[in-house]
Design a protein around this ligand. Structure first.
Ligand code: URP
Ligand code: ZN
Ligand code: ZN
Ligand code: ZN
Length: 520
């Protein structure tokens, strides 16, 4: 068993040297807690100065960028990607190069991908495999979560090694994908207990896999074989039930829980209820660019197979067209805390594996490049989020939860110079013909979005400049995520209270009902 990651391919120095010193002037900084006008000076990939021009003398040989009219944002952190994932008989076409290039093009400067071991495979060997895939290819920094796809004493021991030696603090469990990744409640409890013991963060894919298996059999027997069968086999309540159950299980063993890809109104409400029930302890939730930017009507029989299959992911996009705005309101209210992409892209020929049987459609959609613009368009431009909340849900909250804040997720002295110069007025039209992904479809095709990253700096290296993307393969580094994130554990241990008193008084149910009526 090897615990040493493969050597990282070094980027030739000449690709970086001219850009070691960058001065950004006349912009407006947006952090999750405040906005202010200040200049930023960067040296060797680190922010060295934030303040008024009068307080700094800029040395020679510096690249100066005039950011007048632009916002200076912490680079996006996408906490949920599956680059080059082998899944459902195919391999996701966005590999660690194309995926991170697309990320950077859209203003995301760090991703956290999922190691998904096969059943009975060593977690450490799988981790080494992911490192060997990612390290030579990544154009921006990255971290790793590890999937607990089976359970045994050896897995329990390996979780300890991953936490203590290999820079992984988060572990994804599955309540769905029966026969593949699904764990039962008893195993989930053991896994959550072990993660709590190590001061890690449990993650969960919350859908009831047993119900899905039963519904699937019935639908296929009835002759419903097209992509529309996917959502029919796993309707909203199947997701909502699992969210509720996962939150209860985690609470029983005092373990913090991150619910990934919350895709429906009912599931979002269950998550919000659990957060309120436990007074903001234990539970955080992520929704996806896909859930905010499109809906499940694209999977109906009106569309040809290719179009519908291209929208298949799990949990599914919901046919209820009011879902995207509802999810955005949950983000605005801190009922959800993060946005990911779940980027897991397959081409037409891969999706075609499911012709005649929707269960064989490889699951997954794009979102890594467009997540930032989509959240801006549907959130800030639509008047539902302010720019600070935008930064929180696209970057800072992920940095805090996975314990890499303020190295990432903040514009401040000492932080990595992962910076986006954002033009809030400019628009662009999303298309598969212009995106930087390797895939042949874009679920947001034709959408015009406000919010364009005019410059993107990855650890001080200018990788996007006026729409031109120049990334360096292998420039990204693996960023260890240490255990015991204070943002999560200070709340669990009662050192900090996250929700104000009125959220958990005796009238909670009444208040919640009112709140959700307002949201609807
Ligand atoms: O459909 C999806 N979400 N594919 C990726 C695997 C997962 O469950 O996140
Ligand atoms: Zn999942
Ligand atoms: Zn469509
Ligand atoms: Zn996923």
């Amino acid at each position: 068993m090897s615990t040493s990651p493969k050597p990282v391919k070094k980027v030739p120095i000449h690709l970086q040297s001219a850009q070691n010193r960058v001065y950004i002037k006349n912009g407006e900084i947006v952090n999750h807690d405040k906005t202010f006008k200040a200049d930023v000076y960067i040296e060797d990939g680190i922010i060295k100065f934030v303040g008024p021009a009068s307080e700094i003398t800029i040395p020679g040989g510096v690249r100066t960028i005039d950011a007048s009219g632009l916002l200076i944002l912490p680079g996006g952190i996408d906490p949920h990607t599956h680059l080059q994932l082998p899944f459902g008989g195919a391999v996701a076409v966005d590999d660690f190069y194309h995926g991170t290039k697309a990320a950077v093009a859209g203003g995301t400067t760090m991703i956290i991908d999922f190691v998904l071991p096969n059943k009975h495979e060593s977690m450490i060997e799988a981790y080494d495999k992911w490192r060997s895939w990612a390290d030579p290819k990544v154009c921006c920094d990255y971290g790793l979560h590890v999937g607990i796809t089976w359970w045994s004493k050896s897995v329990s021991e390996e979780i300890g090694i991953l936490c203590k030696e290999l820079g992984v603090n988060s572990f994804k469990t599955f309540m769905a994908y029966k026969g593949l990744y699904q764990l039962n409640d008893s195993d989930l409890l053991d896994v959550f207990e072990r993660i709590r013991q190590l001061n890690g963060v449990a993650m969960v894919h919350a859908e009831n896999g047993d119900i899905i298996a039963k519904n699937t059999q019935r639908l296929l027997a009835e002759g419903i074989t097209g992509p529309e069968g996917h959502e029919l086999s796993r309707p909203e309540e199947v997701e909502a039930e699992a969210v509720h159950r996962a939150c209860v299980l985690a609470h029983q063993v005092d373990c913090p829980l991150y619910v990934v890809h919350v895709m429906s109104k009912s599931a979002g409400i269950e998550l919000a209820r659990a957060r309120h029930r436990y007074r903001g302890r234990y539970i955080v939730g992520e929704t996806l660019a896909a859930a905010l930017g499109t809906d499940g009507t694209h999977c109906c029989q009106l569309f040809e197979f290719d179009h519908a299959a291209a929208h298949v992911l799990s949990p599914p996009l919901r046919p209820d067209k009011t879902t995207p705005e509802f999810m955005m309101k949950l983000l605005a209210n801190d009922d959800l805390q993060l946005t990911g992409s779940d980027n897991c892209t397959f081409n037409k020929e891969h999706k075609a594996l499911g012709v005649g049987d929707f269960t064989k459609i490889p699951n997954g959609v794009n979102g890594l490049e467009d997540r930032m613009s989509l959240v801006w368009e549907k959130g800030v431009h639509a008047g539902l989020l302010d720019p600070c909340r935008f930064v929180a849900v696209t970057s800072t909250n992920a940095a805090k939860i996975f314990n890499i804040y303020p190295q990432k997720g903040r514009i401040a002295v000492g932080s990595d110079a992962d910076i986006v110069l954002w033009n809030p007025q400019a628009t662009r039209t999303i298309s598969k013909d212009t995106h930087h992904h390797a895939c042949d479809f874009n679920i947001f095709e034709g959408m015009v979005v406000h919010g364009v990253p005019e410059f993107v700096l990855v650890r001080g290296r200018i990788c996007v400049e006026n729409g031109i993307v120049r990334v360096a393969e292998g420039f990204g580094r693996f960023i260890p995520t240490p255990v015991r994130p204070p943002f999560v554990y200070d709340i669990i241990e009662g050192k900090v209270q996250s929700l104000p008193e009125e959220h958990h008084d005796e009238k909670q149910n009444g208040n919640m009902a009112k709140k959700f009526a307002e949201l609807d």
